[in-house]
Each structure stands twice: as structure tokens, then as C-alpha cells.
Design a protein around this ligand. Structure first.
Ligand code: UP5
Ligand code: MG
Length: 198
């Protein structure tokens, strides 16, 4: 993809910070397409005939990061499909929950295109844990349990925070306090996003 045609915004933050919730609001309010790396992996895991089903299942349950090639291909194909279906060559994409490891950040920028901006939803672990345990009562997600949540937090701190630090040094990070209500977080997100993207 040519960065002249495609605007990519990475949406990052810990497990349960509210990435998906905010992306859904940005889609209806600002004409973005939303691609959640986790949702794409869960769909691939369930796809009949997928060669990655078992691998993805294991990684997600342990809160580990699925090998880059798998996720980047899913994202790239999904971007391509969205543009094709709309009959367009240009588009704005929110890439949610990716990249969560430095090598993924570099590969995506090489293979797909560089990100214009990074939204970082900042939230303390105790708040995220409460949200995830609550959601776990009904979500059916294999990783919404105390044991997996602990592993997801560890991966986030050790492996994914360095990605945010990297983009911070590049001046691309917009940091948002994610502890308020979804509407309050969205209001702040909209304000900062329009300042930066115009
Ligand atoms: N909620 C949301 N906002 C709230 C607010 N402001 N106040 C009160 N409650 C709020 O929200 C989580 C819950 O909190 C919901 O119940 C919501 O109503 C409530 P959500 O918007 O879903 O938060 P989100 O940040 O999207 O949380 P999610 O659980 O999706 O985060 P993860 O980053 O853990 O999950 P993801 O699906 O991105 O990844 C899952 C796994 O996939 C990873 O652990 C990893 O194993 C794998 N993966 C990869 O290997 N590679 C990738 O590139 C991506 C994922
Ligand atoms: Mg999510």
C-alpha cells in the first residue's frame, strides 16, 4: 500500500483498556475501517481448513504473541478486501491491538505501510482486570480468566510497552487516559485525533 493512499492508525493499550470499544465509536463517527488483530486471529482459528488453528488457540490462551507473518498476512488481506469491496484505492484504517512486539512493527511498516499515528489507551492493571473478569462471565473468550489475564499483562509490560516507547520517540503517540467512561474517553480521543489528523 502506498502511504499516500492509505492512512493507518495503530490502536494500542493493555488487555481490556478499551481499544475495541473506542474503535467501534471511531468507525461510526469518523469513517475509519476497524481491524482488530485479535478478532482476525480468532476468526482464522475457527476457519475450517486453517493450518494455524491449533497454533493460534495455544498462543491466545497463554497470552503469547502469534508469529508475525500470520498476523500481518491477515491484516494485509483484510485491508485489501475492504478496499476492493468498496471499489476504492484509498482508505483510513484503525489497526487495533497490533503491533505488540518490535519485530511486528518493523515488518508491518516494510510490508504494508508506516503508521501515521498511534493511539495509546492508558489504563492501570487493576481497572483492566476488573473489566476483563466481568466480561469473562459472558464473552466466551478463552483468555478472559484470571490465569490468562495475568499472562496477557506480563506480555504487555515486557513485550508490547517497548513498541509504544519506540513510537513515542518518533513523536507519533497520542496518549489517552482510559479510566473514564467510554463516552468521556471517546470525547478526548476525538479531540486529540482531529488535532493530529485534521
Ligand atoms: N470497557 C471498555 N471501555 C470501558 C470504559 N471506558 N469503562 C468501563 N468499561 C469499559 O473492553 C474490554 C471490556 O471493558 C469490555 O467488556 C468493555 O465493555 C469494557 P474492550 O473494548 O474489548 O478492550 P480491549 O482493549 O479491546 O480488550 P481486549 O481484551 O480485546 O484486549 P487484548 O489486547 O488482550 O485482546 P486482543 O484481542 O487484541 O488480543 C488477544 C490475543 O491475541 C493476545 O493476547 C495475543 O495472544 C493474540 N494476538 C497476537 O498474537 N498478535 C496480535 O497482533 C494481536 C493479538
Ligand atoms: Mg479488543
Amino acid at each position: 500500500f502506498d502511504p499516500k493512499d492509505v492512512t493507518v492508525v495503530f490502536v494500542l493499550g493493555g488487555p481490556g483498556a478499551g481499544k475495541g470499544t473506542q474503535c467501534a465509536k471511531l468507525v461510526s463517527g469518523h469513517g475509519f475501517s476497524h481491524l482488530s488483530a485479535g478478532d482476525l486471529l480468532r476468526a482464522e482459528q475457527q476457519r475450517e481448513g486453517s493450518e494455524y488453528g491449533d497454533l493460534i488457540r495455544e498462543y491466545i490462551k497463554d497470552g503469547k504473541i502469534v508469529p508475525s507473518e500470520v498476523t500481518i498476512n491477515l491484516l494485509k488481506n483484510a485491508m485489501r478486501d475492504i478496499l476492493t469491496q468498496a471499489g476504492k484505492t484509498t482508505g483510513r484504517f484503525l489497526i487495533d491491538g497490533f503491533p505488540r512486539k518490535m519485530d511486528q512493527a518493523h515488518s508491518f511498516e516494510e510490508i504494508v505501510c508506516p503508521a501515521k499515528l498511534v493511539l495509546f489507551f492508558d489504563c492501570p492493571e487493576n481497572v483492566m482486570e476488573e473489566r476483563l473478569l466481568e466480561r469473562g462471565k459472558t464473552s466466551g473468550r478463552s483468555d478472559d480468566n484470571a490465569d490468562s489475564i495475568r499472562k496477557r499483562f506480563k506480555t504487555f509490560v515486557e513485550t508490547s510497552m517497548p513498541v509504544i516507547d519506540y513510537y513515542e520517540k518518533e513523536g507519533k503517540v497520542v496518549k489517552i487516559d482510559a479510566t473514564q467512561s467510554p463516552d468521556a474517553v471517546y470525547a478526548k480521543t476525538e479531540e486529540l485525533l482531529s488535532q493530529r489528523l485534521g
